[in-house]
Design a protein. Sequence first.
Length: 308
Amino acid sequence: MNLKKYFCLGILLLSLLTGCKDSNMTGLAVKTQTQPTIERIIGQPSTAVDEISIGTFNIQIFGKKKREKDDVMKRLVDIVDDYDIIAIQEFRDKTEETVPYFLSKINEKEGNNYSVIASERLGRSSSKERYAFYYDNKRIEFLNLSFTFPDTEDLFEREPFIAYFKAKEGNFDFYLVNIHTKPDDVEKEIRNLAKVKAYILQKHPEDGDVIFLGDFNADGNYFNEESDVLGEQYFWAVPNDFDTTVARSDRTFDRIIFLKEFTLEDFAYKSGVDRFEKRWPELSYDEMKKISDHYPVWVKFRIDKDYQ
């Protein structure tokens, strides 16, 4: 009798545990569902009515010497005007003539109507750089707000440059934060982007769509790309296996990062690296290096889903 009683109690207990396990597993499956797979594209972004392309491109030492090379300038124009908006790093020109000159060359091409927003010359050393955003006036509206992060703690070699934009044909408005990190301080500078985000949202809490993009130097000996330096709340939209440099080594230096809470809903899950040899298969390695030592990288955002 006692054995039967214990047997029945055992069956009951096992049934209860199994029910609890099924319930917990169902809840766990919902919480840990995987994010949609990013469509990885080698080449320039295509045009879509309901999406915009946002790119970033370190144009190596872009100054007087490079702008005097007509063949290189033509290729740079052909690259940049494939983007609705693109962040550029590494303008090096004491005369500050290269930024407007490049805009004039872009707009010489038939059908183009681009504008530019640029920073002052930035950097601790004498080798200062400017950041710039070039954007297509047909697709992007500048919302009359741009500023350099007030780096009172000297956190950055070159202070990030911020500008506020909106997709003209949709409701997606967003801050772009342009940055070129110092190779020796990559992890520290990336970590401190959280302070840049906090500053933007404190001063301008009306929009949480803050997108960091630029040459992060976030790979190789400079940075462990597997580290979670910014935390789980940020989404790294350029996959670690993208090679963003022209050099024969495989490095993902260039990145685009945003807050999951506000901007993941707008992400179209399309990321690309715009490799020169895809555009111009006839180019030699040395000819590609004349354009830059980096490739542009880009992402697509939906323009009709913005709720923040």
